[in-house]
Design a protein around this ligand. Sequence first.
Ligand code: FES
Length: 293
Amino acid sequence: MSDDIKILVVDDEPVILKSCKRILDAEGYKADSASGGREGIITMEKNAYDFVITDLKMPEVDGLTLIKWLKKSRPDIGVIIITGYPSQETIKDAIELGIIDYVPKPFTPAVLIDVVKRAIEWKKKKVSDEVKKEEEFPPSMIAELDRMIKGYRNKPGSLIPVLQRVQEMVGYLPPIVQKRVSRGLNIPAAEVHSVVSFYSFFTMKPRGDHIIKVCLGTACYVKGIEEVLSKIKKGLHIEVGGITEDKRFSLEAVRCLGACGLAPVLVIDHDTYGAISPKKVTEILDAYQPVTK
Ligand code: FES
């Protein structure tokens, strides 16, 4: 197992680089070194690593900047920090950025190896949790997704069309599915995530067979949409943003549906219902049956 693990050590002190490399190589890991944050980034742009062990205090590109870059551009690389100045504040910042562990300088070979072993265990667990999450989707669906994504590989501007297709197939875009898109298109996971979060037509939450959009804009509010909304919530036992247990409906609130003259308004899928009342809404919902798949 050890010789499969690739580690990059980033530090501006040559003596630390040398001793880390010696300790890690002796243990059977494949260790490279970079003498600062900038060199670390350049090295990682050329090679793949499982872990980065980095100092925090370095000239030019410091450890926290390097960790931020890693989380954005190489989120799969586990980060361990090694520092002679572990102020509470800096450690807190690094932990918030998702580091796995830290080693205070000076350290013994045993401490370094112990931290690396713990980091490997942590990563194995992370991977197995991800596999479990993937298993929640039928294998045929995963295979179909991969086939479709592969068809778009190396085509410029394919991220949005792929995400649209994936959402049509899966119904939503949970992190595990975004990761598959990122791997399949060879686009950083952070870029996929920012596109999904930016466009309102993408959703990271599962949606029901029918989507109810209730308008909470001023015109609808004045005309009593609140009573309609509370009737829906009570009747379906869901809150705004939720999905019914049988996955028949999901409930969303919007600011204005652009049909203020018909207030109060709600839309179910592509059907607009104006002058809606709590009495009428139950009858309307009954007409939307579960979609058989
Ligand atoms: S405020 Fe409800 S449709 Fe405009």
